[in-house]
Design a protein around this ligand. Structure first.
Ligand SMILES: C[S@@+](CC[C@H](N)C(=O)[O-])C[C@H]1O[C@@H](n2cnc3c(N)ncnc32)[C@H](O)[C@@H]1O
Ligand SMILES: O=c1cc(-c2ccc(O)cc2)oc2c(O)c(O)ccc12
Length: 344
């Protein structure tokens, strides 16, 4: 019996291994579909010939791309009810492809464009045993600078990062407001440290008009940030000084840094919050090592993204966050969970 199981497992392994040898194909074909604009064009079901003429691309190549994406559940193929047309099937959207529409609800396009950019892909190729052994930053090995200095010197890439983070903020901030609106009660001013182009704060102050928002990031980032009512952009360095406010909000920033750097950043944040009644709001992933929850794969992806894209960043478990919070002197804290997605 045991031998039969191991034979079956070995057989399955010979199939599964190809997911890792050719895994990049899925990302590349999804990127191709987004570049072609297939999710946006296919708002109404179309035949292959209608889609290829709408996109201006070869029907034979398009057929093969759609065949792959349908197999992965990104589009679907249904019976063509229009009997006047020769083609018996039509292509249609799915919930997955709607997330790849450039202006769709919860669009993930800007994050996909960041992750599939040559600058962000290159570090994965230098994520070698040597780099892991001597702690060389893969991003720096591939691009010559650590990510934030690189972004300061390359405005186009900085925009890719800012747009990607804005795309995430449009998903995470509404989820935070939906699950935990009480967090923002009693706050009249809030500084978003590492707030990027201000997308997160623009959503927050719209939902909480009693809050004055200060979007704090590096000078080269805020200098090109759009105007938002209720949001003041301030340039600076979070390792030196953070603008004062009732509350400090810091989202997906600490995971870019090691423990000592996080402690330094949070000490500057602690100095900035209103004495006695001020509030520190940290939005980060908490890796659940005990059980396999449905977000664990995303959290582990993210941890490796930090390994590839930052010098010292990582995702952290509850215990690892508690070490940092205690080291900063936050004796009292509450960990509130929220799901990125509204799992109906
Ligand atoms: C991963 S992004 C997070 C952006 C935003 N909080 C969000 O979640 O959408 C990290 C941000 O930290 C900013 N940052 C990096 N080093 C900084 C520093 N020394 N001072 C202030 N901001 C910094 C970057 O410019 C970037 O906007
Ligand atoms: O490439 C990234 C992606 C993220 C990221 C992705 C998804 C999330 O839910 C949160 C964050 O964060 C990054 C980051 O903080 C960074 O410094 C560089 C790259 C990325």
């Amino acid at each position: 019996m045991k031998e039969a199981i191991s034979k079956r497992e070995e057989g399955q392994a010979l199939i599964d291994i190809w997911n890792y040898v050719f895994g990049f194909t899925s990302m590349a074909v999804v990127k191709c579909a987004v570049d072609l604009g297939i999710p946006d064009v296919l708002v109404n079901p179309m035949t292959l010939s209608e889609l290829s003429s709408a996109l201006g691309c070869s029907p034979s190549a398009l057929y093969r791309i759609m065949r792959f994406l349908i197999h992965r559940g990104i589009f679907k193929e249904t019976v063509n009810d229009n009997k006047e047309q020769l083609e018996s099937t039509i292509y249609a959207q799915t919930p997955l492809s709607r997330l790849l529409m450039r202006n769709g609800a919860n669009s993930m396009v800007d994050l996909l464009l960041l992750e599939t950019s040559p600058v962000m892909l290159a570090p994965w190729l230098s994520l070698s045993a040597r780099a892991l052994a001597d702690g060389t930053s893969s991003f720096q090995a591939a691009n010559g600078e650590e990510i934030w200095r690189y972004a300061a010197k390359n405005p186009a890439h900085c925009k890719l990062i800012d747009d990607a983070m804005g795309c995430l903020a449009r998903i995470t901030v509404p989820a935070i407001l939906d699950h935990h609106p009480e967090i923002f009660e009693g706050i009249t001013s809030l500084v978003d440290v590492g707030g990027g182009n201000g997308t997160a704060l623009s959503i927050l102050v719209k939902a909480c008009p009693w809050i004055k928002g200060i979007n704090f990031d590096l000078p080269h980032v805020v200098s090109v940030a759009p105007h938002y009512d209720g949001v003041e952009h301030v340039g600076g360095n979070m390792f030196e000084r953070v603008p004062k406010a009732d509350a400090v909000f810091i989202m997906q920033v600490l995971h870019d840094w090691n423990d000592e750097e996080c402690i330094d950043i949070l000490k500057k944040c602690k100095e900035a919050i209103r004495a006695n009644t001020g509030k520190m709001i940290i939005v980060e992933v908490v890796v659940n090592e005990e059980e396999d929850d449905k977000y664990k794969r995303v959290h582990l992806y993210l941890d490796l993204i930090m390994m590839a894209h930052t010098d010292t960043g990582k995702e952290r478990t509850r215990k690892e966050w508690e070490y940092i919070l205690n080291a900063v002197g936050f004796s009292r804290y509450t960990i509130k969970h929220f799901n990125y997605v509204q799992s109906h």
